[in-house]
Design a protein around this ligand. Sequence first.
Ligand code: COS
Length: 374
Amino acid sequence: MTTPFALDAEQRAWCAELRGLAAERLRPLAERGEPGRVNRPLVEALGELGLLARLFPADAPVRAMELCLLRESLARECTEAETALALQGLGAYPVAQSGTPAQRSRWLPEVVAGRAVAAFALSEPEAGSDAAALRLRAEPDGDGWRLSGGKTWISNAPEADLCTVFARTGEAPGARGVTAFLVPGDRAGLSGDHLDMLSPHPIGSLTFDAVPVGPADVLGEVGGGFRVAMRTLDLFRPSVGAFAVGMARSALAAAVAHAGRRRAFGGPLKDLQAVSHQLAEMATRTEAAALLVYAAASAYDAGEPGIAGRAAMAKLLATETAQYVVDAAVQIHGARALQRGHLLEHLYREVRAPRVYEGATEVQRTIIAKELYR
Ligand code: COS
C-alpha cells in the first residue's frame, strides 16, 4: 500500500529504472544539446521512453505522485532531462485540465510524443509574484480578441510549439479579468527572445503584436484564467519540491562518497565529527523534505482539502533544503566542487532558481498563512 511515509516496492523499482534511463539514455542527449535552447532530441526521447505518457495518461487524471517520482528520479542523474519533462507538463497541463476535447486531441498526443514543446506563459516584466497584476491585453476583435503586450522568464520560449497564455480580457480588476488561451507558437504576431540565466536553461520572453485568438483558443472560461493558473501551480509546486529533493539526494551522495574517500588530518573526512554531523544533518533534512513532498502529492491525488497550502509547504521546505544541502556538499568537497564541470558546480547553479520560480519562497509563505486564517 502506498502511504505518504514510504514508497512501495513497485515505486522504488520504477525510480531505480528512471535513474538508469536518465544516466544511460538521457544524459548523453542532454550533453549534446545547446545550452539555453530547447533540446528537441531530449524531449523526443522522453516521449519515446514513455515518460511523458506516464505524466499524461490517456484516460486518467495526471497523478501528482507520479509526477514527483519522475522529477525526483530524473533529477538525480540528469537535471536537463528532469527540466525538459517538467516543462512539457507545466505548459500542457492547463490543456489537460481545462481544454476542450478538440484542444486536447489536437495537442496532448503531440506533447506526449515529445514532438510538440509546451510553455506556460504567466509572468510579465511587471507581474511576477503578484500574478494577478498581469497586463497582457486581450482586446475584443470580432468574435475573438487580439493579444498585445509581453511575457518574460517563460521556460521553452520562444521556441515552444504551444503556449498557455494568461491575458486580461475584461475590465474586472486583479484575478477576475484574466483568461487563459492556448496559443500555437506559429500564430501571426507572436515573437520572442532567449534569456541567458545563471544556469543555462531554455527560457525567454514573448512579444505579442496583436496576436489573434478566438473562442476556440480559450482554455476554460472567459474570466476564469487565474484559477486555471493557480490549479496548475497546485499540482506542480510539490513536484518542484521533488526536483529539489532529487538534487539534494545527488549532492548528499556525492558528499558521502567524498567524505568516505578523502583523507585529511590522519584519516578519512567522515571521521571528523564536524563532517559526519554535517552529513547527518543533510540526510535528515533531505528525508524530511522528501516526506513532505510525498505527503503533499498523495493528498493532491486523494483530493484532500487544503491542497494549495500543502503544495506550498512542500515546495518551500524542499527548495530551501536543497539549497542548504548542495551548499554543504560544496563545503565538504572544497575547491574541487567549484571547478567548472563538477557535479556540485552544476547543482550549485541549478538549485537557486527553484526558490524563485513557480512562486518564490515568500509567496509560498503567503499562501500557507492565508490558509491558516481561512
Ligand atoms: N485554486 C483555485 N483558485 C484559486 C487558487 C487555487 N489554488 N488560489 C487562488 N484562487 C482564486 C481565489 O479563490 C480567488 O478567486 P475569487 O476572486 O473568485 O475569490 C482568485 O483566485 C484570487 O485569489 P487571491 O486573492 O488569493 O489572489 P492573489 O492576487 O492574492 O494572489 C498568489 C495569490 C500570491 C498566490 C498568486 O499571485 C501567486 O501564486 N503568485 C506567484 C505566481 C507564480 O507562481 N508565478 C510563477 C509562474 S510559473 S514559473
